[in-house]
Design a binder for this molecule. Structure first.
Ligand code: ADP
Ligand code: MG
Length: 364
């Protein structure tokens, strides 16, 4: 197995792609670059991966009785990430992590990824190696095989497209549809942290642009910065649910904010929901960071996005099995469609849920 590189630390200044040493991609060419990026890749899933990188196509197999799950995400510089504060190593890690999250959201296990890269001449060989350190770290940590990809140049900026392949027994797969009236609504972990981290990073970027000598002020905010820069897919929750003998009636991962995902789930399941403000899990550090920007924590949890936690519904019969799991929080219940989708605050009137999360096509 490959030596696992040191875990990247959040909050460190992004590396300058211009910084030495710098080998131009054009000076070594495409094939030596691919060789450098893909040297000594381990295979973690020999039952699923027969042949990885190195031929015209990877050769994969599925054990009898399992279905194949496939998903893809495309990340574009300036739209999904900002090189001023996103270290390449974290970016590589995140590009894989968000894909693994999609497989977890189907209640499946990720097995392989393919990585497509298009980079402008602003990026050196060393910069792409840094990106791949993060990609490999995520693959090693989550026992996923990097089995192929494509590498090309772009006229401007960096593009990273990751395809993930996963597997699940057909009877275990969870869809967005399937939530039924009276089901309990659950979320894993805590919410709003990634958005709090983004606000801090954007603030530091503004400070840096007005005074390049300014030192970043990230004291005591390592958790929310990690939430933004280095999210972890909740494959552990998929395992936990299996151990507890619980199959969610519906599931989705929270990439665009709780509000938007609840609406997706309810729309696909033809139902409504009632969630309770005081049940939404939010970390103390998230609250502290949001306070600087005068943002109500619930607003960040509902509309912030990029938390990559799992949102799922369970039948009431399963309540006892999950009620003592510290990483799972019951935040409300499913109602009939005619009742709509609402958040119930501790005081004051019910609030209709609206999708205000991240939308790649929205005018900014
Ligand atoms: P082709 O010309 O058939 O597209 P390539 O020369 O692009 O093949 O790729 C050679 C091998 O390297 C293939 O196995 C391919 O999947 C793999 N590969 C190419 N680029 C990447 C990348 N960025 N990450 C991982 N594997 C890659
Ligand atoms: Mg190719």
């Amino acid at each position: 197995m490959a030596k696992t590189p040191a875990k990247p630390k959040a909050g460190q200044p992004a590396q300058d792609p211009q910084a030495a040493p710098r080998t131009e991609i054009g000076s070594i060419g495409e094939f030596p670059l691919i060789d450098r990026l893909t040297a000594d890749l381990p295979i973690h899933n020999a039952d699923y991966t027969c042949k990885g990188v190195g031929d015209d196509a990877a050769v994969l197999q599925l054990p009898k009785g399992e279905k194949l799950l496939v998903s893809k995400d495309l990340l574009c510089e300036g739209v999904h990430f900002d090189m001023t504060y996103c270290p390449l190593r974290h970016l590589g890690y995140k590009a894989v992590a968000v894909n693994l999250s999609d497989i977890a959201a189907m209640n499946g296990t990720p097995r392989q990824v393919l990585v497509g890269i298009a980079a402008s001449n602003r990026y050196s060989v060393e910069a792409l190696e840094e990106l791949y350190t993060g990609i490999r770290l995520a693959c090693d940590r989550y026992h996923v095989d990097l089995v192929g990809g494509d590498t090309t140049s772009s006229a401007a900026g960096l593009f990273i497209s990751v395809t993930v392949l996963g597997s699940a027994k057909p009877e275990d797969i969870c869809y967005r549809e399937g939530a039924k009236e009276h089901d309990l609504i659950c979320v894993s972990g805590d919410l709003g942290g990634a958005y709090a981290g983004l606000l801090l990073l954007e603030r530091e970027k503004r400070t840096f642009l007005s005074n390049p000598n300014a030192q970043p002020d990230f004291q005591d905010f390592s958790y929310v910065l990690e939430r933004q820069l280095k999210p972890e897919p909740r494959t552990d929750i998929v395992k936990l649910l299996a151990e507890k003998g619980v199959k969610p009636t519906s599931m989705i991962d929270i990439s665009d904010g709780l509000s938007s995902e609840l609406l997706h789930l309810c729309e696909r399941s033809h139902c409504g929901c009632m969630v309770y403000d005081n049940k939404i899990p939010i970390d103390a550090e998230t609250c502290k960071a949001l306070d600087i920007f005068d943002i109500v924590p619930t607003t960040a949890a509902l509309n912030g996005g990029e938390d990559y936690e799992l949102l799922f519904t369970i039948g009431q019969k399963d309540y006892e099995k999950l009620k003592d799991c510290p990483e799972i929080h019951i935040i409300g219940h499913i109602v009939e469609a005619a009742q709509g989708c609402y958040m119930v605050p501790e005081n004051g009137p019910m609030m209709r849920l609206e999708a205000q999360g991240f939308d790649g096509f929205k005018q900014r």
